[in-house]
Design a protein around this ligand. Structure first.
Ligand SMILES: CCCCC/C=C\C/C=C\CCCCCCCC(=O)SCCNC(=O)CCNC(=O)[C@H](O)C(C)(C)COP(=O)(O)OP(=O)(O)OC[C@H]1O[C@@H](n2cnc3c(N)ncnc32)[C@H](O)[C@@H]1OP(=O)(O)O
Ligand SMILES: NC(=O)C1=CN([C@@H]2O[C@H](COP(=O)(O)OP(=O)(O)OC[C@H]3O[C@@H](n4cnc5c(N)ncnc54)[C@H](OP(=O)(O)O)[C@@H]3O)[C@@H](O)[C@H]2O)C=CC1
Length: 494
């Protein structure tokens, strides 16, 4: 989301002088190398075309959320406090399996520290915090208000400071209560921390639901990660994922990333100009406005990947969702574990390292963590989103479009799937004929395998059971009778 925000600011807000972005070194790359890489990304093609010198506006600031004071140097603090007008805070850990202490540090303590830095900013007009629509997923109906936190954040921070990691792991389920993970729990606490500061700053809180590929900007279908449904779509397109627990009729509250960013920018403008007395919360969701369901998503994902197959698929794409636990377990056994075992056996016999079972174990862990969100639905009030839209000029409504009533879901899902192929897996669209050919080969292997298996089982059965033999002779004689009748009647008509 950070990248998409930077791109949109550069493309649609030419009067913005500079963008200060907090970046950490990662995976052996320095801060500047990472920023260079980011600017080379396809996402920035349109900006690059309009202004090849756009990089001059980007000023990276070294920062690490795990460190005290966010590890921002005193000189950088000086720069930030004197130049910044608007803060967009979207850094977080979004992992569902994050240990509580880590999630608390990244999502709550770092937010607190950024807020105290913001308070020193001399020209700050607005502080926009990105939360999640699922921060209060323990409720069915979610209004645009900050709900009382499950625990006073300061008390939890103080307690976890002295606790051993093992103790924290043991008490985590009790602490998070009816929330599914540490992510949603700490995001709820972060909202509370933001509210505690809302007296001193002009604050807006954006709560997106499930962020997906871009709808329109900078081009349809842009996505570059496996988060949320993207990994599921890819696993289904590769023919690996065949079954998942989800409710066909539950609303799939996907929200395109460009919609979230447009709303975020509009909220930044509104907060700075109108300075609301209390923090305004914007539920940024689609379900109440233009609902679409997981069953429909399944249909369109499968249809897209059959027409535009991914390269080197493991099997022909054919995934089904079910809300029934036992049916899902059955298909996991038959369509995941059994083929994985056979394939690993084949790899072993051909002298290679088995890998399919390992892949499936990781997939099962990932989908196990997502099921909570795909098996039920929520109702979000979106009055503030509507109010904000009504405040925009006709031109801004076009430039910062977040009107999801216009979203055509089948077209969006098709672009999303093609986006995962092009931008996540870096596959070329010109390879589609070869990918189709590969699917035909897989289909023939399946037919041959099924026929051999059927004949084998039947042979074993016939050898062991008189009744099976009788049925077999009966069926064969019936076939012969039918054939001779067919021959006789065709001779008569001639
Ligand atoms: C076809 C029919 C489909 C119909 C649709 C049905 C259901 C829809 C499915 C899901 C919808 C629910 C979405 C809910 C979102 C809620 C909204 C939010 O609040 S946003 C926050 C969203 N956060 C996430 O999505 C993060 C989830 N991910 C994790 O928590 C972790 O990645 C993990 C799943 C626990 C895995 O952790 P692990 O340590 O094992 O692996 P890594 O993260 O290090 O990743 C290793 C490797 O795998 C790639 N990866 C990561 N996630 C996935 C995935 N889901 N599928 C496939 N691959 C994945 C990752 O990029 C790494 O790759 P590499 O090693 O190459 O870097
Ligand atoms: N994705 C989704 O579906 C949704 C996301 N959100 C919220 O939107 C926001 C952005 O999410 P999204 O873009 O999807 O998530 P990403 O994981 O892609 O981005 C998170 C950002 O936080 C940074 N970050 C994480 N840990 C640290 C650290 N220790 N020090 C410095 N920076 C760090 C990451 O930097 P780095 O690149 O160095 O890792 C990255 O830029 C989050 O607040 C999330 O809660 C809300 C609803 C849905």
């Amino acid at each position: 989301m950070g990248k998409v925000l930077v791109e949109k600011l550069l493309r649609s807000c030419p009067d913005v002088n500079a963008l200060y972005i907090l970046v950490r070194p990662k995976a052996g790359q320095s801060m500047s190398e990472r920023v260079q890489d980011m600017m080379k990304c396809k996402l920035f093609d349109r900006v690059r075309e309009d202004n090849p010198d756009f990089h001059q506006k980007i000023i990276p600031i070294s920062s690490e959320l795990m460190q005290p004071g966010l590890a921002i140097s005193p000189e950088d603090v000086q720069t930030l406090t004197s130049c910044i007008n608007i803060v967009f805070h979207c850094a977080a850990t979004i992992r569902f399996d994050e240990p509580l202490k880590h999630a608390l540090q990244l999502n709550v303590i770092a937010t607190q520290q950024l807020l105290s830095l913001a308070q020193q900013m001399q020209h700050l007009q607005a502080f926009i915090h990105i939360s999640t629509a699922y921060a209060n997923c323990n409720r069915r109906h979610i209004d645009e208000v900050i709900y009382p936190p499950p625990v006073e954040p300061k008390k939890l921070i103080d307690s976890l400071e002295w606790m051993d990691d093992n103790i924290i792991r043991d008490i985590t389920p009790r602490l998070i209560g009816d929330r599914p993970n540490t992510y949603t729990y700490t995001k709820a606490l972060a909202e509370c921390v933001v509210q505690q500061e809302s007296g001193k700053l002009n604050i807006g809180i954006i709560r997106p639901s499930i962020v997906g590929a871009s709808w329109q900007e900078p081009f349809p279908g842009w996505i570059d990660n496996f988060n949320g449904p993207s990994g599921v779509f890819i696993a289904a397109g590769k023919g690996i994922l065949r079954t998942m627990r989800a409710s066909n009729d539950a609303v799939a509250d996907l929200i395109p990333v460009d919609v979230v960013i447009n709303l975020t920018l509009a909220a930044g403008w509104y907060t700075a100009v109108h300075r609301p007395k209390t923090a305004l919360v914007y539920n940024c969701t689609t379900g109440g406005i233009n609902p679409f369901h997981w069953g429909e998503i399944e249909h369109h994902v499968m249809s897209t990947f059959k027409r535009n197959p991914l390269e080197q698929a493991f099997r022909r794409p054919n995934a089904n969702i079910t809300s029934n636990y036992l049916i899902n377990q059955y298909w996991i056994l038959v369509s995941h574990k059994f083929p994985a075992l056979i394939y690993d056996l084949f790899l072993r016999l051909s002298g290679q390292k088995p890998q399919m079972m390992r892949i499936f174990n990781r997939l099962h862990k990932a989908i196990g963590l997502l099921e909570y969100f795909s098996s039920q639905d929520w109702e979000w009030n979106s009055d503030n989103m509507n109010m904000l839209m009504s405040q925009l000029s006709a031109e801004d409504k076009k430039t910062f479009n977040f009107d999801v009533r216009q979203l055509n879901w089948p077209e969006y899902i098709e672009n999303y799937c093609i986006g995962t192929k092009k931008y996540v897996l870096n596959e070329d669209m010109s390879d589609i004929p070869a990918a189709r050919q590969h699917l035909r080969k897989l289909r023939n292997i399946r037919y041959t395998f099924n026929t051999v298996l059927l004949v084998f089982i039947w042979r074993v059965f016939i050898a062991r059971s008189q009744m099976a033999r009788n049925i077999w002779y009966f069926v064969v004689s019936l076939c012969f009778k039918f054939l001779s009748y067919f021959r006789a009647s065709s001779t008569l008509t001639q």
